[in-house]
Design a protein around this ligand. Structure first.
Ligand code: ATP
Length: 929
């Protein structure tokens, strides 16, 4: 239903002219900006009502119902039952704080990701006041005239007013997977199913072929998609792999907490201890095991990772991608524009008889054949020249732009050529066919160039021009043009062309061939390919596209990081290999597979081939999917780049689909990551940030769980020997949530370590506790626990505990000393954890101001709890003397030394491991020795 027209309109059965008048718009001028602004106020933004995001209440419920919170609430209940009102209240207060923190974190992370998605939202080319402009799709109003091209998503429901082979994919709406041809004629009838209303295109579908223009008829919730949006199930928020793993870990810990608590309770009963002490111990234990700060720290770290990736020009569309990026083992990249600069320049022209060097500085005289070759390449071409500055600049596809610029250099302007030979039809370029054709009305003659073109057309009224991959076109040709005359293409000429292609591609040039023929009549619509037979070969054109220098460095980094870069390109195998060798992706004698060879392989053969092949050439987008599958079957975690519509399936299938910022909307929607600068180096930067996130989470998991393990021992063991409870539940909560939580946030912002990209990636199956974290927990827990139990024992003994006459004050002193020493130890460990391997004197304090501030805040808070009378009442602490504080400081220093010794061992192990692991991951590269 249109708000402008005010009633339900069957848009499909009206003439275009009626639709245009009804919406008070114009098929060339578009809407007046003023009317558009007014309509936007009336009809609202062109967007579907937000349904996918979780509300604050959902998030809150998730947090509150988590098993950890349940344990804490039960603990609070028990504490209350024991008459420990303060403890019970404190636990509840901390639970509330925890939930609030969790909700805020989750909500912010969700908002941040939504904002990132918004940045990737499609823009549309709209005509208003007769000018084409780029607009965000949400600003469209009914009546807007929009331009559509291959790869655009349809931004609203639109009525087609111009269709040049326009085809759309409507599976999302109608379930029909075959693309639908779009037309402009009215379709009479009222009960026409959506799929048959071929003169309309709908929001949520996309253009797979051709181009055209259309008038927006419905926007936002009034579109067909909007109508069914209410029926679409809410998309469940996917949990990332890491989140799932940590959920599992939390559940495991919760089970351990309950089991240990029951065990302690039973042994206590058997030993005939006071029930209240046993219960309190059980409560403390449960609280000690649960890593309260973990979920908040995790969400924080992931969201921060996404932000950092954005700074490095990689836009992450799903939070899960942040961590998957860190485990990538293979990066499959397009060549053109990603590994190369996409700044094409024509350097060689090859006609049947002559060769012209067009490299910078050279100004050869072109003969007739050379001119015809270049003119045809500029005519069979969609690029245009922007002449606003002194030197014209090409707008459009760089390959095409290079040709138009080259022709312009020889005074054959695209504008003049186009008006001399008006285009009357076309078969657009597509990367599977690797060629394109334009159909022109033949010129009247008048210049030598036009006369020669007339000769090629052999007097026919129409001229077909074909340009495409150098090695694909000659097989469609049976004649050549030489000295302005058409002759048969004999074997000698064929051999000469093949040799030229070989020479040019060997140097890394992209080679296009251009051909032509006369046509007595135009082929019927959709059958343009029929014109691509019995062609006259005009010649070859070679162009350079320099490799990006950043790509070379990024590839070298991949080598040390155990990541294999693979080049996948539509270009010629030799061109591809020359550039791959130049960039360091392949050895000169390395394997190159072509799309055709790949087609002949079964899955098993391909699976073996992808292990050693680093260059895939003359590949169509459809082949990419098979390459991804083969790599995945080998257990690789694959990042795959793409920009076209046909790349979407491969992008979806890859573990990380990477779309180009300059690519089509369809590719972007299928991808997890969008490269804002189309640069290969950006993928590697994103991988590095992914690894940093994973490292920081591991850092915190190791830190907090080993701490919790120590706390469990400190709580569980002393009562077994008749000693009092060392730590009250509230102290443990404080330590888990505030000390550990604050420090965790500090660890979350830690930057990349020096060796982040010098070690093999984590396997997705590899536990988060692998590579030393688990072992560290296993020994550090008992070391810290043992040290504090011993300190507590000394305090207890000197207070006469062994004679059974320890006072409540002495018990409070014992608890305060243990509590404070534990805090100091954690502060020291946070500092040491800045690197898994580097010594603390190298990492120092600089470079992570957040952590340093958190350490200071935690220190001040800890002292406040010990020295402020009001806090003493809540926490049951007593003020400590300088000597008693010093105990904690000494223990912390001791721990620091122990951790450094451990790191020294680890440094040695890492050196050994990386020497062994990396070559195995990447047969083409050697790891650091
Ligand atoms: P890559 O796959 O490395 O990004 P690409 O995207 O340029 O390279 P395609 O666009 O699939 O690859 O092009 C494949 C081949 O088609 C090119 O090698 C070239 O020979 C030919 N080609 C590219 N662009 C055009 C064009 N506009 N007109 C005619 N032929 C073209």
């Amino acid at each position: 239903m249109s708000t402008v027209v005010g009633k339900t309109v069957a848009w499909h059965d009206q003439e275009v002219a009626v639709v245009i008048t009804g919406l008070q718009t114009n098929a060339t001028w578009g809407l007046d900006e003023k009317i558009a602004v007014h309509r936007l106020e009336e009809s609202g933004y062109n967007e579907l009502e937000e349904r996918a995001g979780r509300s604050v209440w959902n998030i809150l419920w998730e947090q509150v119902s988590s098993i950890l919170i349940v344990i804490l609430v039960v603990a609070a209940g028990l504490a209350a039952a024991l008459g420990k009102a303060i403890d019970a209240t404190a636990i509840i207060a901390i639970v509330v704080l925890f939930v609030v923190l969790g909700v805020v974190q989750e909500y912010r992370a969700q908002k941040a990701i939504a904002a990132l998605k918004q940045m990737a939202a499609p823009t549309v080319r709209v005509v208003r006041d007769g000018q084409v402009r780029e607009l965000s799709a949400r600003e469209l109003v009914p009546g807007d005239l929009v331009r559509l091209e291959t790869g655009s998503v349809i931004p609203a429901d639109v009525r087609i007013v111009e269709s040049i082979n326009l085809r759309t994919q409507e599976a999302a709406l109608t379930g029909e997977s075959e693309p639908v041809d779009k037309t402009t004629d009215p379709i009479p009838g009222t009960d026409i199913p959506l799929g048959d209303r071929t003169n309309l295109a709908f929001l949520g579908t996309s253009v797979t072929y051709g181009r055209g223009s259309a008038i927006v008829v419905e926007t936002g919730m009034a579109t067909e998609l909007g109508r069914i949006a209410n029926l679409i199930q809410e998309v469940p928020q996917e949990r990332t792999l890491l989140q799932k793993r940590l959920d599992k870990l939390a559940k495991l810990l919760a089970a351990v907490a309950v089991a240990v608590a029951i065990l302690v309770f039973l042994t206590g009963l058997l030993r005939g201890e006071e029930t209240s002490l046993i219960l309190l111990t059980a409560v403390s234990l449960a609280v000690a095991i649960v890593p309260e700060g973990l979920p908040a720290v995790l969400t924080f770290t992931l969201a921060l990772g996404a932000q950092r990736m954005l700074v490095r020009r990689a836009l992450v569309r799903r939070l899960a991608a942040v961590e998957t990026l860190g485990s990538v083992t293979v990066i499959c990249s397009d060549k053109t524009g990603t590994l190369t600069e996409n700044r094409m320049t024509v350097t060689v022209l090859e006609t049947p008889r002559d060769s012209f060097d067009l490299a910078a500085g050279a100004t050869p005289e072109l003969n007739d054949d050379g001119q015809v070759l270049l003119a045809a390449a500029a005519l069979c071409n969609d690029a245009v020249l922007d002449r606003r500055s002194e030197h014209p600049e090409a707008v459009g596809d760089p390959t095409e732009g290079a040709l138009v610029l080259a022709a312009d250099r020889f005074s054959m302007s695209k504008e003049d050529l186009d008006s001399g030979l008006p285009r009357v039809g076309e078969v657009p370029f597509d990367s599977t066919r690797k060629r394109m054709t334009t159909l022109h009305r033949t010129p009247e003659g008048g210049s030598r160039l036009l006369d020669t073109l007339m000769t090629v057309a052999e007097g026919a009224p129409f001229l077909a021009l074909v340009k495409g991959a150098g090695d694909g076109i000659p097989e469609h040709c049976n004649r050549i043009v030489q000295n302005g005359r058409v002759r048969p293409l004999d074997d000698a000429a064929r051999t000469r062309f093949s040799a030229s292609i070989e020479q040019m591609t060997e140097k890394g040039l992209r080679v296009l061939a251009v051909a032509a023929r006369g046509l007595e009549e135009l082929p019927p619509s959709g059958k343009g390919e029929e014109a691509e037979q019995s062609l006259v070969l005009l010649g070859l054109i070679g162009m350079v596209d320099p490799p990006r220098s950043e790509a070379r460095d990024a590839i070298a980094r991949c080598a040390t990081a155990g990541i294999r870069p693979i080049m996948i390109t539509g270009d010629h195998p030799r061109t591809a290999r020359a550039i791959a060798v130049d960039l360091g992706i392949a050895e000169p004698d390395g394997l190159t597979l072509t799309g055709r060879e790949l087609e002949q392989m079964d899955s098993e053969t391909l699976r073996i081939a992808v292990r050693t092949t680093s260059v895939f050439a003359r590949v169509s987008p459809e082949h990419k999917l098979r390459i991804v599958e083969a790599l995945q079957a080998n257990g690789e975690i694959v990042a795959m780049t793409g920009d076209g519509v046909n790349d979407a399936p491969a992008l979806k299938k890859a573990d990380i689909g990477v779309a180009m910022g300059s690519g089509t909307d369809v590719a972007k929607e299928a991808a997890e990551v969008v490269l804002l600068d189309d640069n290969f180096a950006t993928i590697v930067a994103a991988v590095e940030e992914g690894r940093v996130v994973y490292d920081n989470v591991r850092r915190f998991v190791g830190f907090s769980i080993s701490g919790n393990f120590a706390k469990v021992l400190i709580v569980a063991i002393p009562p077994l020997f008749g000693l009092p409870l060392y730590l009250l539940p509230i102290m443990i909560l404080w330590s888990n949530l505030l000390t550990d939580g604050l420090l965790g946030l500090g660890m979350g912002v830690e930057r990349a370590e020096r060796d982040t990209m010098r070690r093999p990636p984590f396997k997705p199956t590899e536990s988060i506790l692998s590579r030393g974290i688990g072992t560290q927990i296993a020994w550090l827990g008992p070391v810290i626990g043992g040290a504090l139990i011993a300190v507590g024992w000394v305090v207890w003994y000197s207070a006469g505990g062994d004679s059974g006459s320890i006072t409540p004050e002495a018990e409070a002193l014992l608890a305060t000393i243990v509590f404070t020493s534990l805090a100091f130890i954690q502060l020291a460990r946070a500092l040491a954890s800045r690197s898994f391997v580097e010594p603390v004197w190298r990492t120092g304090l600089r470079g992570n101001r957040v952590l340093v501030s958190m350490i200071l805040v935690a220190l001040v808070l800890q002292l406040a709890v010990v020295y402020l009378p009001f806090a003493q009442e809540i926490f049951g602490t007593v003020p400590l003397s300088a000597a008693e504080l010093a105990v904690g400081v000494l223990l912390a220093l001791g721990l620091l030394v122990i951790m450094e010794v451990d790191k020294a061992f680890r440094r040695r192990a890492v050196r050994k491991n990386s020497a062994n692991d990396v070559p195995e991951q990447n047969p083409h590269h050697r790891g650091p020795k």
